[in-house]
Design a protein around this ligand. Structure first.
Ligand code: GLA
Length: 743
């Protein structure tokens, strides 16, 4: 890995063994994009893009250089209202009320390592040798502000990260109306766009479509990343598959409002941009103040989407997720939510915990309803004191009793919310996030707390610390169950255009403090399931509740989509009762177990209601999972058959680092009469190694399993009394454990 500067061509080459990124300073001024893709040699990043005199594309150099125009130049960080008619990366209103920005190169430095991005989540290094950073300093032509562009290349990953910092150089405030974190121009538009749109209960659909003229935008105006779009955008070659072809991926390390643009202009150039959404953003930058954008992770591979996912999984596990659980095997948990909802007593919970121990569960999680007077979702958020009607002996006593059974104890909080019916609201109505005198809409019967105010955050911190210091807590589920509306602050010192970002800074500040103060707690983030499942939250909390939808069939799509950009070790996945509470579907316990096992396994049901045979099956599932969870949580993940391919089958494969162990899950949703058998070709094994399947005698070379493949027969369904050769039952799944045989 290195960053080279070529004085003659005024150009830069960031590279490692996998990837190259080249840019060049044209005419000593314009930061131009040259190349991004598979690693290339040399230090020859000159601009070879032919420039023509294009009609209706003006030149800043006038008649002297009519073939040069900002409108056709491939750029790295385009200004605004300067002859480039594509989307800008920043928009500034200056003290004289003008808003034309042309940025020009001033200087650069090449830094060993990676500078801190203070106050924001970011990818990090442990040693300086793990990355190098190029800092380009630009100025607007009238010298009102300095723009620093940061590019970090990592030594061992095909990853470049980018962020931007603005400093006001003048004597009067300037207004930032838009400040994206990155922009890059490609010289063609032969791409498909890959994205992960969703909704509550069906998060992260894997959607792929050709790109077209115009601007394709995905964003959030909800104060949070939300279920609606993942802050991710990919461009792939139209021929790219899971295992071959170019993939360029952009992922935002931020949990607030975002924008991702993909624009194709009249010359079939493609501009991709990502950053904080400008929709509700207007930041007043006072003299000498700086503003730092969050970071974008840009990853490239020529080996298809599956390799792209594996690169991100490993990159996030190594350079984003922190703390004690970074590489720890995650515990099997029982969460009481779907088992009891709000209706529980201490006795009921202890009964459930007894059964959980018998099943092999390691962590008992008490979900919503333990505080204030919370019998439903209309009350008490903000009043973080135990609900003595349900838990008359207190939380500490409950936790101790649960721990005495050999379980760990976890607790649910929703610290960013306030119920109208709460002591906190009665005392501090001014702590609700809303635009001054405007009324505030209720979402799930609750308001959002104004985390731009330190006093509010301090109050929540003290309440949580009081609980955490008294009760022995091993795990926290941190929920966020609505999106923002009528965005503003009732506090006079906070400008409404700064609220969404200041909110995020406040939240990140609190998360940093709490996760640092309680390093032994395993933190799991949640937002009505996977509504805030993004790299920003992963920096503080190593796992997320993937979706409130626990139906095994729905989960095949949700977990496949999620796996495109987020590591398996971060994915909470639970077995729940049937008929399923979200979709009312009956599926087999085998399939529910096998789907949930392909993530961080948990159970979310009342274990006292399990029959003897179900109890035995769950015990077996947990034993199997414990034997294999390291492989699942930290192995390489392969999507062998996709639920998005409209077939009734899905297959996933996990392979460990030294390729001595692998595990296939194959799921059949609906059976077919006179079923056609197809082989499944495995991936990622060592061709010369010999393996046994499920402990059977036959030996297979890795090359056989990968090139010839296997027929995978789903076992007959337990629930079918009489099997026929025509139809053997729906919702069936198989596991194949593959082990290297030595000697
Ligand atoms: C959200 C979460 C659920 C559960 C409920 C409790 O919907 O996603 O898992 O914790 O809140 O109210």
């Amino acid at each position: 890995m290195d960053i080279l500067f070529n004085k003659e061509t005024n150009s830069f080459h960031l590279f490692n063994d996998l990837v190259s990124y080249q840019l060049s300073i044209k005419d000593d001024k314009y930061v131009s994009h040259v190349y991004w893709g598979k690693a290339i040699g040399g230090n020859n990043a000159h601009i070879d893009f032919p420039l023509y005199d294009r009609a209706f594309s003006a030149s800043p150099h006038g008649a002297k250089l009519q073939n040069f125009s900002m409108n056709t130049l491939l750029q790295e960080y385009p200004g605004h209202n300067n002859g480039d008619y594509r989307e800008s990366a920043l928009e500034v209103t200056y003290p004289d009320k003008t808003f034309s920005t042309q940025l020009e190169y001033q200087s650069h430095s090449i830094i060993n390592g990676k500078p801190e991005l203070e106050g924001l989540p970011h990818t990090y290094i442990n040693e300086k040798s793990e990355a190098k950073t190029l800092k380009l300093v630009l100025k607007d032509t009238l010298d009102y502000c300095t723009i620093d562009l940061y590019y970090t290349i990592y030594a061992d990953y095909p990853v470049v990260t980018r962020s931007v910092r603005v400093t006001n150089n003048g004597e009067l405030p300037i207004e930032l109306n838009k400040l994206l974190s990155m922009s890059v121009d490609f010289d063609h538009s032969s791409f498909d766009c890959v994205q992960l749109p969703g909704a509550w209960g069906r998060e992260r659909d894997l959607v792929r479509h050709p790109i077209h003229r115009g601007v394709h935008k995905i964003d959030s105006k909800r104060g949070t990343t939300s279920h609606t779009y993942q802050p991710f955008l990919g461009l792939v070659d139209p021929d790219t598959t899971e295992h071959t072809g170019d993939v360029y991926g952009f992922h935002f390390v931020y949990s607030g409002e975002f924008l991702a643009n993909c624009e194709v202009n009249e010359y079939n150039q493609t501009r991709v941009q990502m950053g904080i959404s400008p929709e509700h953003f207007k930041w007043e930058l006072n003299p000498a103040e700086t503003f730092s954008s969050p970071e974008v992770v840009m990853s490239y591979t020529d080996n298809g989407l599956n390799q792209f996912s594996q690169d991100l999984h490993s990159f996030y596990q190594t350079h984003l997720i922190r703390g004690k659980y970074q590489f720890e095997e995650r515990p099997v948990l029982l969460n009481n939510w779907e088992g009891t909802y709000f209706d529980f007593t201490e006795e009921k919970l202890l009964d459930m915990a007894d059964k959980a121990v018998d099943l092999g569960v390691e962590l008992f999680v008490l979900d919503d309803g333990w505080f204030g007077k919370r019998d439903d979702d209309k009350t008490s958020l903000g009043d973080w004191v135990v609900y003595d009607k349900k838990l008359p002996n207190g939380l500490k006593s409950l936790a101790e009793k649960i721990k005495a059974k050999g379980l760990r104890f976890g607790l649910w909080f929703e610290p960013e919310m306030i119920s109208e019916d709460s002591d906190l609201f009665r005392t501090h109505p001014e702590w609700v996030l809303k635009a001054n005198d405007r009324s505030a809409s209720l979402g799930r019967n609750q308001f959002i707390l104004d985390y731009t105010q330190k006093e509010v955050r301090d109050y929540i911190k003290e309440r949580m610390r009081a609980v955490l210091n008294e009760v022995p807590i091993d795990y926290i589920k941190w929920d966020f169950n609505r999106n923002m509306t009528e965005i503003g602050s009732q506090h006079p010192s906070v400008n409404d255009g700064e609220v969404t970002h200041r909110y995020m800074l406040g939240l990140y500040d609190l998360l940093e403090e709490l996760t640092t103060a309680y390093p032994d707690i395993l933190w799991e983030s949640c937002s009505g399931g996977g509504g805030r499942y993004d790299p920003g939250m992963l920096y503080y909390m190593p796992q997320t509740w993937t979706s409130d939808n626990t139906d095994a069939v729905a989960r095949l799509e949700i977990q496949t989509g999620t796996s495109l950009v987020l590591p398996i070790s971060s994915m909470g996945s639970h077995v729940s009762a049937v008929p399923n509470h979200q979709v009312n579907r009956m599926t087999s316990l085998d399939m529910r177990g096998d789907v949930a096992m392909a993530g961080n396994l948990g159970y979310e049901l009342d274990p006292t209601l399990l029959s003897d045979s179900e109890r035995e099956k769950v015990q077996e599932q947990i034993v199997f999972y414990k034997e294999n969870r390291k492989l699942i949580q930290y192995g390489s993940f392969f999507r062998l058959k996709s639920p998005f391919d409209q077939s009734s089958e899905t297959a996933w494969l996990f392979v460990n680092k030294d390729k001595s162990e692998a595990l296939v899950f194959n799921y059949l949703i609906l059976d077919k009469t006179n079923m056609v058998n197809t082989r499944v070709k495995l991936k990622g094994l060592a061709p010369e190694k010999r393996y046994k399947l499920n402990g059977q005698d036959t030996l297979y070379y890795g090359s056989e399993l990968m090139n010839k493949g296997l027929y995978i027969e789903p076992p007959l369904s337990d629930e079918i009394e009489q099997s026929s050769y025509q139809v053997n039952g729906d919702f069936r799944s198989t596991k194949i454990k593959i082990k290297e045989v030595i000697g």
